[in-house]
Design a protein around this ligand. Structure first.
Ligand code: BV8
Ligand code: ZN
Length: 248
């Protein structure tokens, strides 16, 4: 993939962009070996839909089942490494902010791979699986002793520990959500990468950017490549398209 693969109007828009906002989803971590939400669950988890396990109701019903699911996912995350897509976004941030440009990286991913790649301004809309917090008092626990108790208990109030992620039906962290809306509302270039756009309120961010006159580029495996400025869609893998685009 090289500069000739891209619509010259898109390259021109990227070059002149001064306020860039990026939204990422599970697709940007797929090439790091982390299954997306759309990917069917495997093994003993095959019988469950991700949406059914990622809820406070599921945790109340069966805390050990939900704790074990997240422990399994956490294992996969800590063994994963950022891929070329993550690294290209670090380079894009460097390019945009080397002048007086602004850059915001908004992610739905709970894997922490953007920060691990070196991205500086990461807005985690749905939390981070590497942290746990108390289901009762909400206190964050960076470390927790893997005891026979699954889930382990809060050292302060004895409540059950849960992953510090946002479950369906739960409110997103206000500061992260406000920062995301502000970035989408002020940007002149919005990139939506590897997200199916099914989960709200994150799915509304590209629309907010479009409403404010931004150019919106979508990179995904379930869109066809097409150009209808200010919208551009590119069918392809983030780890392939992003490095070529940033180089271009
Ligand atoms: C809330 C953390 C309110 C946990 C997650 C309005 C309309 C309808 C419904 C709602 C609405 N407003 C709210 C809702 C309900 C709900 C919702 O949106 N439901 C959906 C299912 C309809 N939203 C909520 O519940 C939110 N909370 O609204 O609270 C409130 C207000 C006041 C008081 C109380 C409450 C909370 C939503 C957050 C839930 N938590 N994650 C965990 O991870 O376990 S969501 C989780 O799923 C992810 O974070 C992500 O957001 C989503 C998965 O989507 P994607 O990341 O896009 O991944 P997906 O697998 O779907 O797609 C991957 C894409 O990548 C595909 O398109 C594929 O083609 C592409 N791809 C694959 N490989 C590659 C690639 N692309 C490029 N390169 C590749 N290599
Ligand atoms: Zn507690």
């Amino acid at each position: 993939m090289d500069i000739s693969s891209f619509d010259p109007r898109l390259i021109a828009a990227l070059r002149s962009a001064n306020r860039v906002a990026v939204l990422t989803g599970a697709g940007v971590s797929a090439e790091s070996g982390i299954p997306t939400f759309r990917d069917a669950q495997t093994g003993l988890w095959a019988q469950f839909r991700a949406e059914d396990l990622a809820t406070p109701e599921a945790f109340r019903r069966n805390p050990r089942l939900v704790w074990d699911w997240y422990a399994m996912r956490r294992e996969g995350v800590v063994q994963a490494a950022p891929n070329a897509g993550h690294l290209a976004l670090v380079e894009l941030e460097r390019q945009v902010t080397s002048g007086d440009g602004t850059f915001a990286l908004i992610t739905q991913n709970v894997d922490g791979l953007h920060a691990a790649a070196g991205s500086r301004t990461v807005i985690e809309l749905h939390g981070n699986i590497r942290r746990v917090k108390c289901f009762d008092c909400g206190r964050i626990a960076q470390r927790w002793e893997p005891t026979s108790d699954r889930p382990p208990r809060c050292a302060d109030c004895g409540g059950l520990l849960r992953p510090d992620v946002v479950w369906f039906g739960e409110r997103l962290p206000a500061d992260a959500l406000d920062a995301a809306w502000a970035a989408a509302g002020a940007c002149d270039m919005f990139l939506s990468i590897g997200t199916s756009g099914l989960v709200e309120p994150a799915a509304s961010l590209p629309r907010a950017a479009l409403r404010h006159g931004a150019t919106v580029l979508t990179i995904n495996l379930d869109v066809e490549t097409r150009a209808a400025p200010p919208r551009f869609d590119i069918h392809g893998k983030a780890g392939m398209v992003l490095p070529a685009l940033v180089t271009a």
